[in-house]
Design a protein around this ligand. Structure first.
Ligand code: NOJ
Length: 552
């Protein structure tokens, strides 16, 4: 990549904080902004230089902050605007930027715009949302909400339906309305002026929706709106912008992230995260992950965005189950498989994201009663599936594997009461395995998952091949994932055994080249590339440097 095109975020690693479950500084059982300030040195020690903060704005919390009622103020449970300013100051002091979550496909129904809009058909805010007359006394069409049921809610005051792709308390904004768009630019500029490092844009591929044609994702004006946003807000600033796009393809992935197109820095694409569900069905319809499919999908994205775009790299976030429970082995090989998955991902080209707790190998919540799940999506899906006759055991199994609450249990800081998360009553049940899996014990163990992540983050800062090298998938034993990264005459070779069974592989190296192990999850990993036997979940990153000096 030409020097002039390089960006600071090409070398960054982002840490996602879900504030409610991160650290409670005042004993009310809920994580808060002061709690984050108190843990900044921990985050700095991990080595990351960006925090993505899940929403901290005013919200009735129907969807844990993804239903915003005021974009200009902070939810009192989390603190105040002064706390937010302090967080910005203290993180910037440590060289850490804060990326705010921008949730603008919808607002809360308690947002002033919606309170006004629903009052009458001629209210000035009416057109900030999407309203339709009933058709034959029913919903205008078959559009469904991502949280179950119809996407239309009848509003008695004006006898019209409004659109909501999530809960009925999250009405969708009408992006066709220029005045509404200007209000969004104002919000974004307010936060940019505060000195944030960028935005993570919630379900941004929905803003171009065309409800009459029943188009949800990738609507006709999506890229037009993003270009307008870029121009009106962050276009001339050096910020990181990442769009959440469940419906992205590699073709539109380029549109979003090709700098020439002036839209976003990168997107979260979810193709790889949907490989363990039955195609065309919901994620609750489980299917075993096939490693070959994972290789094909990740490689497709690596190749497609190699030149004209940029990838984000992630296994986890607050909507996904814990990766070590999902595709690793959270029983006998928790540490090895967590490190393997980290190596596999962090070896690729793109900006890696770490979700709180991933760096200590936290596992799924393991709740076996529906009462322990708090998430609105989970509760709705449970009711919906019971109503259509799915067996309870089957539903609970799917939740055990996939529910969003798996990632939302409070962070494990120590072995003391409530994992050191709060001195009060935690807002959500903890995972009882905090006695053995916690930050305190990770920090005193040089072989912990934490130090493996720390090293991966550090390698990215030092090693240009890891940042800019092109990716190439290699043929291998079906149980292992092997790829190269190539920059000029330097190569990295990343070899990961995805399973518990041993596997072998071999690779030919030019004579006299030097082979170094940059990172591995075993102390005795093989160095002779002509014949390697990989132990369970073994992952090794080799650096291969040709002999220096003139060619003979
Ligand atoms: C995606 C967010 O990540 C998720 O948590 C939320 O429920 C939906 N968007 C709706 O905002």
């Amino acid at each position: 990549m030409e020097e002039s095109q390089k960006k600071w975020w090409h070398k960054s690693v982002v840490y996602q904080i879900y504030p409610r479950s991160f650290y409670d500084s005042n004993g009310n059982g809920i994580g808060d902004i002061q709690g984050i300030v108190q843990k900044l040195d921990y985050i700095k020690w991990l080595g990351v230089d960006v925090i993505w903060l899940s929403p901290v704005y005013e919200s009735p919390n129907v969807d844990n902050g993804y239903d915003i009622s005021d974009y200009y103020s902070i939810l009192s449970e989390f603190g105040t605007m002064e706390d937010m300013n302090k967080l910005l100051l203290e993180s910037n002091k440590r060289g850490i930027k804060i990326i705010m979550d921008l949730v603008v496909n919808h607002t809360s129904d308690q947002h002033l715009w919606f309170i006004e809009a629903r009052k009458s058909k001629d209210n000035p805010y009416r057109d900030y949302y999407i309203w339709r007359d009933p058709v034959n006394g029913k919903e205008p069409n078959e559009l469904t909400s991502n949280f179950g049921g119809s996407a239309w809610e009848f509003d008695e005051t004006t006898n019209q339906y409004y659109l909501h792709f999530y809960s009925k308390e999250q009405p969708d904004l009408n992006w066709e309305n220029e005045k509404m768009r200007n209000s969004i630019w104002d919000i974004m500029n307010f936060w940019i002026d505060k000195g944030i490092g960028g935005f993570r844009m919630d379900v941004i591929d929905l803003i171009g929706k065309d409800p009459d044609k029943q188009i949800k994702e990738n609507g006709p004006k999506l890229h037009e709106y993003l270009q307008e946003m870029n121009q009106k807000t962050f276009g001339n600033k050096d910020l990181l912008t990442v769009g959440e796009t469940w419906g992205a393809t590699t073709e539109n992935g380029k549109l979003y992230s090709d700098p020439k197109n002036k839209e976003l820095s990168m997107i979260f694409q979810f193709e790889h995260m949907q490989l363990d569900k039955i195609p065309g069905k919901q994620r609750w319809d489980l299917k075993k992950l096939e490693l070959d499919e994972l290789k094909q999908v990740l490689s497709k994205w690596q190749y497609a965005l190699d030149k004209d775009g940029w990838n984000s790299l992630f296994w986890n976030n607050h909507d996904l189950p814990r990766i070590v429970s999902r595709w690793g082995n959270d029983c006998d090989y928790r540490v090895e498989s967590a490190k393997m998955l980290a190596t596999l991902l962090h070896g690729m080209k793109g900006t890696p994201y770490i979700y709180q707790g991933e760096e200590i190998g936290m596992t799924n919540a393991g709740f076996d009663s529906i009462e322990d799940y708090i998430d609105i999506e989970t509760r709705n899906i449970y009711k919906e599936r019971i109503a259509i006759g799915v067996k309870e055991k089957e539903i609970m199994k799917a939740l055990y594997m996939k529910a969003r609450d798996n990632a939302r249990t409070p962070m494990h800081w120590s072995n003391s009461q409530n994992a050191g998360f709060t001195t009060g009553l935690p807002w959500m049940k903890l995972n009882p395995n905090y006695h053995s899996i916690n930050v305190e014990s990770a920090l005193i163990n040089p072989d912990s998952v934490f130090y493996h992540y720390q090293k991966l983050v550090e390698l990215r800062k030092q090693n240009d091949t890891l940042v800019y090298g092109s990716y190439r998938l290699l043929n291998s034993d079906p149980n292992i994932y092997v790829y190269e990264r190539i920059l000029e005459n330097k190569k990295l070779l990343i070899v990961c055994n995805f399973y518990e069974q041993e596997a072998t592989f071999s690779y030919s190296v030019e004579s006299q080249a030097t082979v170094n192990i940059l990172i591995s999850n075993y102390n005795d990993s093989g160095k002779d590339l002509s014949n390697i036997t990989l132990q369970p979940y073994e992952a090794i990153m080799y650096e291969i440097t040709p002999k220096e000096g003139p060619e003979q």
